[in-house]
Design a protein. Structure first.
Length: 221
């Protein structure tokens, strides 16, 4: 174990900061959260989608960018499970939601993400999520339905804060993991895409920054 730690420290510069464009092999972490009409991404409606780009400060610490969110109208023929609607409290057709058609929402979302990727000097986005497979599957299913060819996300790789939080804090529930990380969390505001996305982003940054503080910055040589 000590030999492994010595190897890690020998291969990493604890004081240096590397550009965000190199930190994750050229991928820009984009935290995503979705609220849906069920668990089946093939048949169930996408109702909300939010994204938080990850940025880096001058000291090399990850920080949260601005969260964007889009309420989404169910696609034609979409399934809506009553239990899911009761859980999220979303009325899919309420006028005050000012919801966008799924295609418009996804194109707006991808436009924001592509701009963030370009600004960071990265080559592509990689999705970060709490149970990332779920969010990734709904995002890709919606993009495929809408025949959007320029999907900025890696087609299968993700960063999952469930796994990271389990490793770092022994917790897999978002609220409990945030509590262990010292991040405020309101159960009353939870289960909106924007709120859960912003908290997941804070959690991701906290875990990566704690790792960097303990073991240094990965070498890019």
């Amino acid at each position: 174990m000590k030999e492994d730690m010595d190897y890690w420290l020998s291969e990493h510069d604890k004081s240096g900061a590397i550009p965000l464009s190199l930190r994750f092999r050229g991928y820009l972490p984009i935290v995503v959260d979705v609220e849906t009409g069920g668990f089946n991404w093939h048949t169930d409606a996408l109702l909300e989608v939010a994204a938080t780009p990850i940025d880096m400060d001058e000291d090399g610490n990850l920080i949260c960018g601005e969260t964007v969110d889009f309420p989404v109208l169910p696609f034609e023929g979409a399934n809506l499970e009553q239990a899911a609607l009761e859980f999220t409290g979303i009325d899919p057709y309420a006028s005050e939601r000012a919801a966008l058609d799924e295609g418009e929402a996804m194109r707006e979302l991808f436009s924001v993400i592509r701009r963030a990727v370009k600004a960071a000097g990265c080559k592509r986005a990689i999705l970060v999520g709490h149970n990332a497979f779920f969010d990734h599957s709904f995002v890709f299913a919606a993009a495929n339905r809408q025949k959007i060819k320029r999907n900025p996300f890696h087609p299968f790789s993700t960063f999952d804060t469930v796994s990271l939080a389990g490793m770092a804090f022994g917790q897999t529930v978002l609220a409990k993991a945030c509590g262990m990380a010292g991040i405020g969390f309101s159960n009353r505001e939870a289960h909106s895409a924007a709120y859960d996305c912003s908290k997941t982003a804070e959690l991701f940054c906290s875990i990566v920054n704690r790792w960097r503080d303990a073991y240094g910055t990965p070498s890019v040589e």
